[in-house]
Design a binder for this molecule. Structure first.
Ligand code: CA
Ligand code: CA
Length: 116
């Protein structure tokens, strides 16, 4: 019985090393709402599904906050579409090109990311 418990503990420790510790924010690409490492029209579509239809649930809230104002709302959809179609400003740091940590202090989390 003790051996079984030790194996479970070892598996949990190995799992934390392999998959990261739950509750720790991951690096991400801002604007990448669907977590596929690209920022494109699909991200605007899944944000609409999340905000208005409830048919999509983002795994990384921080990546959905394209304008980095600490909220995920319609302005992020507009921000992404302006960036993709009009050459507007790129999503703020860490931006759409490189994975990175959120430089601002807000309540949005990122526990799962394709960056890590
Ligand atoms: Ca994407
Ligand atoms: Ca926002």
């Amino acid at each position: 019985m003790i051996l079984r418990g030790m194996i479970v503990v070892a598996a949990i420790l190995v799992g934390n090393v392999a998959f990261g510790v739950i509750g720790v924010d991951k690096d991400f690409k801002r604007g990448d709402a669907n977590n596929d490492l690209l920022v494109d029209t699909t991200d605007a579509v899944v944000l609409q599904e999340y905000l208005y239809l409830g048919t999509y649930s983002p795994v990384c809230e921080a990546s959905c906050d394209a304008n980095d104002d600490g909220w995920v709302d319609n302005s992020d959809i507009i921000f992404i579409l302006d960036y993709v179609f009009n050459g507007g400003a790129a999503p703020l740091d860490p931006g759409p090109y490189y994975c990175g940590a959120d430089p601002t202090n807000d309540d949005l989390t990122c526990y799962v990311s394709a960056c890590e």
